[in-house]
Design a protein around this ligand. Sequence first.
Ligand code: NAD
Ligand code: MLT
Length: 527
Amino acid sequence: MYILVSDDISELGMEKLQAIPGASVVVKTGMSEAELVREIAEADALIVRSQTKVTAAVIEAAKNLKVIGRAGVGVDNIDVTAATKRGIIVINAPDGNTISAAEHTFAMLISMARKIPQADASIRAKKWDRKSFIGVELRGKTLAVLGLGRIGTEVAKRAQAFGMRVVGYDPFVTEERAQKLGIQKLPLEQAIEEGDFITVHTPLTKETRHMLNADAFRRMKDGVRIVNCARGGIIDEQALCEALHSGKVAGAAIDVFEQEPLAPDHPLLSAPNVVMTPHLGASTVEAQVNVAIDVAEEVGRILQGLPFRNAVNLPSLTAEQKAFLEPYLTLGERLGLFVAQWLDGPVAALEVTYGGELADQDVSFVTRTVLKGWFGYKYADEVNYVNAPFLAEQSGLTIREVKQPKSRVFTNLITLSVQSADGVHRISGTLNNGFGPRIVEIDGYTLDVAPEGKMLFTHHVDQPGMIGRIGTLLGDAGVNIAAMQVGRKESGGEAIMILSVDKMVSDDVVAKIGEVPGIRSVRAIDL
Ligand code: NAD
Ligand code: MLT
């Protein structure tokens, strides 16, 4: 297994990578995109910090890549969409640098409030100037925290210890959680208007790009102070420079920039009352060790097929959730695989209904396995949990999850309702504790079949001699029948049959069975 490390990571992380069984670890830093495109071709894993730009071209050139590991939080240097399409897992190390980034934010905030870098520069210039560096206290002031995730909440705790009132904005955090943290949750506009200090701690997304722009600065208190130790681009730098020059903003403390490294003629360098650091939020001994170890361990687990936690492009499951869902993943995948071999032609919509004890669970991973089974049949090895939803969507399938707390008979039930060219077809499966996964219903016909092995599936008129004729054709072809299940709604109506067989029924035998009078459809299915 070839692991390419394209940004420097801590020695302890390197040791963990080298300890992965069968790993050959190569460090090549400072590569251009063209060089990385060449190097990535055979790599199984790529480890980066924030310097390497993992573009669509890089991902396209990777032939064996299974995982991209980011030693840090932000993944904005990785084209996650391109990786997802190729089924490549993207992981980050979200916890390891939280405290360092929160402490750096606070160091920046206090440096700005007390003009420490400017005073330091002055005394080094052999001046004893005590008038130019009058600062402000934090006690009694309002800090507006935009983004109440890991770092935002740690910053809030530190601000409270300094006697600050903390207000916050984060559409994804509940009122209760904010209250527990002693933070008054406010709408964005109000948080911006109330802050004496405003600090941003969101990721950089379409929604947060230029969240603090000229309009936002206009709304703020005169003499507001701004901190950005999250991502360049959350603040419109042009608008910030104007607000600093006009005096609307009394100070800014900035660790991250729209373009890094900062251009030598960048207007922030000549704006008044600005404290800057070159993206140092996570630059502590502790954080670098933590993120390198976290990412190396996760990459090791992925390459060895073991459970992992921090995927950016997969839903995360706790060990408990995973243990509970594991057998349902098998059932879901087999149901998807069955549908792929059963239904012809274009399929417009899939509804997956989760009944009984499944209704209380996060089942999105089970839906992914249904799609993995289905589209894996079509595209073979190219499909995994990561890209199955993308491939389904690309084929025009709309997917809906429905939950029904009570199932009629079963303690748990998964039903796939599929809108195909000839109408809606349904297949249901359950997990029977004593017997494992079972198919219990197809198009309204009740059955009890293990979804495994090779099968022949027929839909036919319920008339004497059908089973005998099919049996004879299989016998003539040397196909041994191991088990049989028939489902019908009424005598003399229509019926379905699943035969478990010892070897796959060939296309010509399937065609001959299809010609038997009364046969509506016949499929050879391999689960
Ligand atoms: P996190 O995921 O724990 O928290 C981010 C929070 O932002 C979440 O609570 C989320 O709900 C919220 N959010 C998302 N979209 C939002 C929106 N439109 N409006 C308001 N809130 C929104 O992440 P974290 O670990 O706290 O990291 C926060 C930021 O700090 C990230 O941008 C990360 O890349 C950056 N970071 C920078 C450094 C550095 O060296 N300067 C170090 C670590 C992290
Ligand atoms: C992060 O997102 O973790 C930080 O920006 C730190 C880094 O540069 O890795």
